[in-house]
Ligand binder design. Structure first.
Ligand code: ADP
Ligand code: MG
Length: 386
């Protein structure tokens, strides 16, 4: 279906449910992180891109302070809530994301009236493609326009971060919403997480005869869980012991000296972040000079660093990466926060089927749940579609 038709179907369903046409329909994409993992909260560099899988919201402002929320995928039914009593921790399931956005805008001093909202999404949930930020970015785009708050991209990024960190309680950085809000067709988003400076970097795999495969291992991750929090704590500890504001300020050349100051575990955590920042910069340079065909080794090195130094991979992700590489992918890595979720495999078109078949076979042989495998391309960021 085209975007216009999808928007029309959603608007019609909204009208059936809520008795009036929506004020508009907005969409925001999930994202794949090409490279730069766990660098965002270290004020470093990331290189994600918005994908061609999106969350869409039909939304209509109300005259009172009631919020009514419904999704096409069921779950929770029609949820009604009051804006006045919103506080961190309220709401459940997917409704936490629109409520969190409304709360964050209120905290920002914006008067948010009540609204009716119908959500649809084809971003796989919990697969490391940031389905949560896709919802938040679609909702904040709608409310920013309809309330005439006119916040710029950088303020929208910080508001959605507050929604996730404080309201939902997931300690995420600014990468996901930056990709969703600022992404563009055919481009990766090179983001400096220290000052939110963005440069769009052409990433046209297709023109290079490549496809970007996503392998959703179906192993569920949870950002709020202890592994993510403990990695953040290690990074803060490392930065403190090295006397820098953030690990962004440590260069690769300083790693030898760092060895004397850090315990072995903290050293490995620090080494991942410092080397990963350098790999992001190299990837940007390589894309400019050689195109997507040149970045395979950088993807592989990123995976090894996350597996061995940051220790956030899992057997399913390692199997997806190793099997993809052994069957023709030019580079592969886990993507997202880790402990499950998805891997990406940059693969020559002529090897796509072989990689798909081999990964499915290897998962079956290992007794793992069958993975979901699909291609993604860099797509437009959040926008109004009707
Ligand atoms: P990710 O953002 O990586 O997909 P999260 O755990 O941050 O993973 O967000 C997943 C949550 O978002 C789910 O637990 C659910 O509440 C909500 N969600 C997002 N998309 C959907 C969907 N299509 N169906 C049901 N819930 C969804
Ligand atoms: Mg999320």
């Amino acid at each position: 279906m085209t975007t216009t038709t999808e928007a029309g179907v959603l608007a019609a369903r909204f009208e059936e449910t809520f008795g009036a046409a929506p004020d508009g329909v907005w969409q925001a994409p999930g994202r794949v992180n090409l490279i730069g993992e766990h660098t965002d909260y270290n004020e470093g560099f990331v290189l994600p891109f918005a994908i061609d899988k999106t969350a869409r919201v039909a939304l209509r402002l109300r005259d009172d302070s009631t919020v009514r929320l419904l999704s096409t995928f069921g779950g929770h039914g029609l949820v009604e809530s009051g804006l006045a009593g919103l506080a961190p921790g309220s709401g459940s399931g997917w409704t936490r994301y629109p409520l969190g956005v409304a709360w964050a805008l209120q905290e920002h001093g914006i008067e948010v009236p009540g609204f009716d909202l119908l959500l649809d999404s084809d971003v796989p949930s919990g697969a490391g493609l940031s389905s949560s930020h896709a919802i938040e970015c679609a909702v904040i785009s709608a409310l920013n326009e309809l309330t005439e708050a006119r916040l710029g991209a950088e303020e929208l990024v910080l508001a959605t971060q507050r929604a996730e960190n404080v309201f939902v309680g997931a300690p995420t950085g600014i990468m996901d919403q930056s990709a969703s809000l600022r992404g563009a067709k055919g481009q990766a988003v090179f983001l400096d997480c220290r000052d939110q400076h963005v440069e769009l970097v052409p990433f046209d795999a297709e023109a290079a005869g490549l496809v970007m495969l996503v392998i959703d291992t179906k192993v569920s991750h949870s950002h709020a869980d202890g592994g993510y929090a403990s990695r953040r704590a290690s990074c803060e500890l490392g930065a403190g012991l090295l006397g820098v504001t953030a690990l962004r300020d440590v260069g690769v050349a300083a790693l030898d000296d760092a060895a004397a100051l850090l315990d072995p575990t903290t050293l490995r955590r620090v080494r991942h972040v410092v080397s990963e920042n350098e790999r992001v910069l190299q990837t940007v340079r390589t894309l400019a000079n050689d195109g997507p065909a040149g970045i395979g080794a950088l993807l592989d090195a990123s995976h090894a660093s996350m597996r061995d130094d940051f220790e956030i991979s899992c057997p399913e992700l390692d199997l997806a990466v190793d099997t993809s590489r052994a069957n023709g992918a030019i580079g592969a890595r886990m993507t997202g926060g880790g402990f499950g979720g998805s891997a990406i495999a940059l693969t020559p078109v002529e090897h796509e089927q072989a990689v798909r078949d081999a990964v499915v076979r290897s998962f079956a042989e290992a007794g793992y749940t069958a993975p979901d495998i699909f291609t993604v391309t860099p797509a437009a960021g959040a926008r109004r579609i009707a």
